[in-house]
Design a protein around this ligand. Structure first.
Ligand code: 5GP
Length: 137
């Protein structure tokens, strides 16, 4: 399924490009939560993070800290969030993998987070971690 980010990748609609290499494109978010809000996307067309090839994932991981450093330097903001949504319930609106780099200049701008934490039981935690280790392989 084609998304608005395909059109950006193809140059059919403009963006404010921040970075590009063989695997990755980064550009300013059109609806920034704070000055410098940047989107980092793989050129590989996958909707969700878990669908990415190792190559695309590695390329994103290699460049994200560099883009974060540039956003910090240019905005003068020393705190930020990296956000990556998967699925509509998880607040994903564009179904092409993307990482948000969102400066957090103060309490009232940037990303707001609700964090309804529970408490991890030791026994159940070990059982769950074991299942996850097996699933990762
Ligand atoms: P999501 O909720 O899917 O994680 O975030 C999608 C992001 O894409 C939003 O922050 C939204 O502002 C941004 N966005 C949507 N359409 C465009 C566009 O055409 N150009 C740019 N630069 N950003 C877009």
């Amino acid at each position: 399924m084609s998304t608005i980010f395909d059109k950006i990748l193809e140059g059919d609609i403009p963006c404010h490009k921040v970075y590009e290499d063989e695997h990755v494109l980064a550009f300013l978010d059109i609806g920034p939560l704070a000055l410098g809000h940047t989107l980092v996307i793989p050129k590989e067309r996958k909707a969700y993070l878990h669908e990415l090839s190792d190559e695309a994932a590695a390329a994103l991981g290699r460049v994200l800290p560099r883009i974060a450093r540039a956003v910090m330097e240019v905005t003068g903001c020393d705190q930020y969030n990296i956000l990556q949504n998967n699925g509509p319930r998880a607040h994903q609106a564009v179904f092409h993998v993307h990482f948000h780099v969102i400066p957090k200049p103060n309490e009232s701008s940037g990303l707001g987070i609700r964090w309804p934490s529970a408490s991890l039981d030791g026994g159940a935690g070990e059982e769950l971690a074991s299942k996850l280790r097996d699933a990762i392989g």
